[in-house]
Design a protein around this ligand. Structure first.
Ligand code: PRP
Ligand code: MN
Ligand code: MG
Length: 181
């Protein structure tokens, strides 16, 4: 195992499993948005890998934009405080918007983002999240496209960080407690 892999206690999803799942989600998205323009909104920074790979799985035109919000800072526990660090460049009026996220944990970030974007006159706003932790949800959020339901553990890799590290890990795994305790 590489240096970085050695900080994991287990791998939850390999790079291949992630790409296969994104292919499945892309087929559904193509069918659901057929004949309509689609704007993918990536949530920085965690969604960078999902956005890059999902967008390339889609065999149709899409537009992409980015928002930067943060609810976690450097800690491992969600504060529930959402800050906009960078807003969208696009006007959403009349657009079909699909928010692209790496993970829905407590749900606080996406719940806030969904209601924020829905005030901007979009024709539709839906969510695609690669991971979801059902046991960690604090608020109900309607997520139209979910990749994997995973246990309530601290996971890193494929865009998911701990203190800004591990985003470049290709697989997604559980961070060993000795790293953060
Ligand atoms: C992480 C993750 C999601 C959010 C999920 O982002 O990428 O955006 O937390 O948590 P929640 O469902 O409990 O709100 P973070 O705030 O760590 O910023 P980052 O994407 O830059 O890592
Ligand atoms: Mn994030
Ligand atoms: Mg983070």
């Amino acid at each position: 195992a590489s240096d970085i892999e050695a900080d994991l206690t287990e791998v939850l999803c390999t790079e291949d499993e992630i790409h296969a799942k994104l292919g499945e989600l892309a087929r559904r998205i193509e069918a659901d948005y057929e004949g309509r323009d689609l704007l993918l909104v990536g949530v920085l920074k965690g969604a960078i890998m999902v956005m890059a790979d999902l967008a390339r799985e889609l065999e149709r035109h899409v537009q992409t934009d980015w928002m930067a919000v943060s609810s976690y800072g450097a800690g491992t526990v969600s504060s529930g405080v959402v800050r906009i660090l960078k807003d969208l460049d696009s006007d959403l009026s009349g657009r079909h918007v699909l928010i692209v996220e790496d993970i829905i944990d407590s749900g606080l970030t996406l719940s806030w983002l969904l209601s924020n974007l829905r005030t901007r006159g979009a024709a539709s706003v839906e969510i695609c999240a690669l991971f979801r932790k059902p046991e960690a949800l604090k608020v109900h959020v309607d997520v139209k496209y979910v990749g994997f339901d995973i246990p309530n553990k601290f996971v890193v890799g494929y865009g998911l960080d701990f203190a800004e590290k591990y985003r470049n890990l290709r697989d997604v795994g559980v961070l060993a407690p000795h790293v953060y305790s």
